[in-house]
Ligand binder design. Structure first.
Ligand code: NAP
Length: 276
């Protein structure tokens, strides 16, 4: 088994949503989970890359192995308890241990309180909340037994406030992930387990592009560079975020450099949430 040297050398990380849609979307098909899996591997962790789509998870593993890292792909739907249990068992069977759980899966449907459908509301609550609850619930016995573990949940700055577009179901679930993480951190701290949340701002990922495509009457004519510049103008640091910005924060939280950090949030948004 090849491992890279680094701050996470010898650690095992389970990253959910670690695949990403194909590169046909123009940004290399790089999502937050995929970049995080690659980044944690660069720091020396062996990766269990979980995704709904096995092919997408395999692609992430291929990229990790090409850099000399170690990775194993697992297909699972994080909203299905049986599949989460099986995925964790597979990760333990493959690597013998899990040290880091990165709960990255999340979905977005647009709409405000008046125009959101009940189906979209239920889907976001179902996916976004179970995506943090189920892997956590089933990784915890293992973490408690070992008296150690790190859980990082991906929320969003949309969980803090309205950002100018009505995404009420998404924002409500992302706000709930902050509350979930704080409660979890207090509950599991006596077992030596840390839990934190990352709140990304505007990040160029397949999911973000998909939302833009869905909202456009002329999706084939979207000028991604022009859109990028418009968005960048709203961001104090002057650029849209990349999945690597999120991955870098995840690598920090997973490392011993963050050993006294639990129950909190790291905002990764180029300063957007500082502006009213
Ligand atoms: P993404 O590119 O769509 O990546 C998410 C991955 O999760 C995809 O590979 C997706 O597979 C997979 N997935 C979806 N449902 C799943 C399920 N039930 N079980 C297992 N895997 C599943 O999205 P992203 O933009 O990187 O978002 C990742 C996280 O960052 C989300 O929690 C999102 O809310 C959060 N976030 C994103 C932004 C942003 O601007 N992009 C901002 C703030 C927060 P498929 O492709 O097959 O569906």
């Amino acid at each position: 088994m090849t491992r890279l040297a680094g701050k996470l050398a010898g650690k095992i990380a389970l990253v959910t949503g670690a695949g990403s849609m194909t590169s046909s979307m123009g940004n290399g098909g790089m999502g937050n989970g995929k970049a995080t899996a690659i980044r944690l591997a660069r720091d020396g962790a062996a990766i269990c890359a979980l995704d709904l789509n096995l092919e997408a998870a395999e692609e992430t593993c291929t990229l990790i192995r090409a850099e000399g890292g170690t990775a194993h792909a697992v297909a699972a739907d994080v909203t299905r308890e049986d599949e989460v249990i099986a995925a964790i068992a597979k990760c333990l069977e493959t690597f013998g241990r899990i040290d880091i759980l990165q709960n990255n899966v999340g979905i977005l449907r647009t709409g405000g309180a008046m125009d959101s459908t009940v189906e979209d509301w239920d889907l976001m609550v179902h996916v976004n909340m179970k995506a943090v609850f189920l892997p956590t619930k089933h990784a915890l016995p293992h973490f408690v037994e070992r008296g150690a573990g790190v859980i990082t949940n991906i929320s969003s700055i949309a969980g803090l406030r309205y950002l100018g577009t009505p995404y009420i179901g998404y924002n409500a679930t992302k706000g709930s992930i902050i509350s979930f993480t704080r409660n979890l951190a207090a509950e599991v701290a006596p077992h030596g387990i840390r839990a934190n949340a990352i709140l990304p701002g505007f990040v160029d990922t397949p999911m973000a592009r998909e939302v833009t495509i869905q909202k456009s009457d002329t999706p084939d004519a979207i000028d991604w560079d022009a859109l990028d510049q418009q968005r960048a103008a709203r961001i104090p640091l002057g650029r849209v975020g990349t999945p690597w910005d999120v991955a870098n924060a995840a690598a920090f939280l997973a490392s011993d450099d963050a050993s006294y950090i639990t129950g909190t949030e790291i905002t990764v948004d180029g300063g957007v949430s500082c502006r009213v």
